[in-house]
Write a protein that binds this ligand. Structure first.
Ligand code: NAP
Length: 259
């Protein structure tokens, strides 16, 4: 399949590892120049080198916190007119809603709702003017099916989903699409960390706990960042301009719903 993305430019936020990196690498394989971002410079630079060596595309690394206005200004200075924006940031912590005070909620809403909205606001008019734009927000299956210990994600990401559902329909006629990718369980550092915490809480050794969680997924396994990245490429491809405001669940069938 010719994705029509050669020589396009993508800003991929929070992309030194995990799902963001999966998207960055898959886009680079299609000939897309990248601006990558994460807070830890050493890991980010290593990922940028790896992608340059693997694909030969131009990769610029901007080490900063994407959830701050200063961080967003830094990445936008490096990439003021992206053709593709992949919104991503660290997810909120797991826990009990009784433990989350106003400040904790404000951080979750800032990181997982306001940050992507501010980045969309900064780039979408340029995409409209150039008559091409692809915006993909990495959200979570928690938007479709709430996770009991991830109320911060259930709430904040639903806010982003509601906002982009409206905006996506305002910009679609200009060949600018906004869609969301909803990951289920993937083999990433965040998942490893979450499994360790949940196993400790349940008093079960982590290997047994993880095997049980994998067995619960109809696909019998967790997903890989590579396959997540390929779904992102599909939504960004030139021929995907009629896919507007959708929420694509990538979860091996874990969310048990008909529609
Ligand atoms: P991950 O493996 O922990 O990777 C997170 C990436 O984001 C790293 O590159 C990290 O680098 C960067 N990052 C984190 N906070 C940042 C910030 N404030 N500014 C800039 N970069 C930042 O996580 P993941 O599993 O890929 O998850 C990505 C997103 O998908 C999260 O929001 C997560 O909640 C959501 N999600 C994941 C799953 C899953 O199964 N993996 C399922 C549902 C939803 P630095 O730490 O160096 O900044």
């Amino acid at each position: 399949m010719d994705t029509g993305l050669r020589n396009k430019t993508a800003l991929v936020c929070a992309s030194s590892q995990g799902l963001g990196k999966g998207c960055a690498l898959a886009l680079a394989r299609e000939g897309v120049s990248l601006v990558l971002n994460a807070r830890t410079a050493a890991t980010l630079d290593a990922t940028a080198d790896e992608i340059r060596r693997a694909t030969g595309v131009k990769v610029t690394a901007v080490a900063c916190d994407i959830t701050t206005p200063e961080g967003r200004a830094q990445v936008l200075a490096a990439c003021p007119a992206p053709d593709i924006l992949v919104n991503n940031a660290g997810g909120p912590p797991i826990g009990d809603f009784r433990d989350w005070d106003e400040r904790t909620w404000q951080k979750a809403v800032n990181d997982n709702m306001i940050t992507p909205i501010m980045l969309i606001r900064a780039v979408v008019d340029g995409m409209v003017a150039r008559r091409f734009g692809r915006i993909v927000n990495i959200t979570s299956r928690s938007v479709k099916a709430p996770l009991p210990d991830l109320g911060l994600s259930n709430g904040a990401r639903a806010g982003l989903t509601g906002f982009v559902a409206g905006l996506a329909r305002q910009v679609a006629k200009h060949n600018v699409t906004i869609n969301n990718l909803l990951p289920g369980p993937f083999e990433t550092a965040r998942t490893v960390d979450g499994l360790a915490k949940r196993a400790a809480k349940a008093g079960i050794d982590v290997a047994t706990f993880a095997a049980a969680r994998r067995a619960e997924v109809p696909a019998g396994r967790f997903g890989t960042p590579d396959e997540f990245g390929k779904a992102c490429v599909f939504l960004c491809s030139a021929d995907a301009g009629f896919i507007v405001g959708q929420n694509l669940l990538i979860d091996g069938g874990a969310v048990n719903v008909t529609l």
